[in-house]
Design a binder for this molecule. Structure first.
Ligand code: FE2
Length: 338
């Protein structure tokens, strides 16, 4: 039977893939255009360099844990940010069931998402990669979850192959499987655009995925990755960092209590004025239908799915790094022998 060999959760902000010398210009541009709260802490260049080193070190620990677990396949929970899907038909939950996919290792655009349109990366071997997936595993997982009552969409081929697979699925491997050699199965969880699956549903999904993997009659080590978060709302005016939110999520991770983590997430809801269209658009990610937090903060759902796969086992938080220049709470965690 298949088995879960490790569980990993990591942030994937573009700041984590951009040299720290570029963080301060990024911060200044965001501040000037009203995208950052003026009360946000300002780190020095030296403090940013230390944070960049901590980020690289944390990814290094996750790479070691992943290698030591001898994975045959990665099951990556991430979110599509209009890279493949749009509002003509946006899946709440969808499993990639194809043979392979391609995408930019970091993103289509060079630099941080600030200022005028950034230059586009060429599709060179340095920037663009084709990743093998694992249809035997994904098809079996699809069947098991459907039988268990999860009515998943499936994605056999990417709707926009020129854009490539979304960053949530491409970026973690840049640091933890740099040659993109491990076959990978993306699992799309709608995190940004209301109404998203509740964290309660994400918890149920993680539990069901764990049970499903252990029913699949394939001799496979499955490494589960949760990609995104923690708190960041890059599209909000006067964006801020809620370190209390992140501390509460990480407390749940350390306690090995995924249900409690999910309950906390669902208790934090975005404030908005239902009579104000701009307010509704902001809180819903443009759909007009608000449920829980969207934006980068909404990606914490991917942590909740991952932690529910390892439910009951305390997670190890490798590091938590507040990158105020963004601002984002960058978190890194793993569960050995989940
Ligand atoms: Fe993201």
């Amino acid at each position: 039977m298949a088995r879960v060999c490790t569980v990993i959760a990591a942030s994937h902000s573009p700041f984590l893939f951009t040299p720290s010398e570029q963080w301060e210009p990024g911060r200044a541009t965001r501040l000037a255009r009203g995208g950052l709260s003026p009360e946000t802490t300002v780190d020095t260049v030296a403090e940013n360099a230390v944070k960049e080193a901590r980020i690289k070190a944390a990814f290094g620990v996750l790479r070691e844990r992943l290698t030591a677990s001898k994975p045959d396949v990665l099951l990556i929970f991430g979110d599509d940010q209009l890279e493949q899907f749009d509002f003509k038909n946006f899946p709440a939950l969808s499993l990639f069931t194809g043979e392979s996919y391609s995408g930019y290792k970091i993103s289509r655009w060079v630099g941080l998402p600030v200022g005028p349109k950034r230059p586009e990366r060429e599709k060179t071997p340095e920037n663009w990669v084709t990743v093998q997936s694992h249809p035997k595993f994904s098809h079996a997982l699809m069947r098991e979850l459907m039988v268990d009552g999860f009515d998943l969409a499936f994605t056999n081929e990417l709707p926009d192959p020129d854009e490539g697979m979304g960053h949530a699925f491409m970026r973690p491997s840049y640091y933890i499987d740099p040659e993109y050699k491990i076959p990978s199965v993306p699992f799309f969880v709608n995190c940004y655009y209301g109404p998203q699956p509740t964290a309660k549903r994400c918890y149920q999904l993680g539990r069901a995925v764990r049970a499903a993997i252990e029913r699949i009659p394939l001799d496979l080590n499955v490494a589960v990755i949760g990609s995104g978060g923690l708190w960041h709302l890059p599209n909000y005016p006067n964006s801020w960092l809620d370190e209390t939110f992140d501390a509460n999520i990480l407390a749940g991770i350390k306690a090995g209590d995924a249900r409690k983590t999910a309950e906390y997430f669902d208790s934090v809801v975005p404030p908005f004025d239902p009579a104000n269209k701009a307010s509704v658009n902001l809180a819903s990610g443009g759909t007009g239908m608000v449920l829980g937090y969207g934006g980068g903060t909404g990606e914490t759902r991917n942590w909740i799915v991952a932690s529910a796969v390892a439910d009951g086992k305390p997670g190890t938080v490798v590091d938590y790094i507040p990158v105020y220049a963004s601002p984002i709470g960058a978190g890194f965690a793993y569960w050995d022998n989940p």
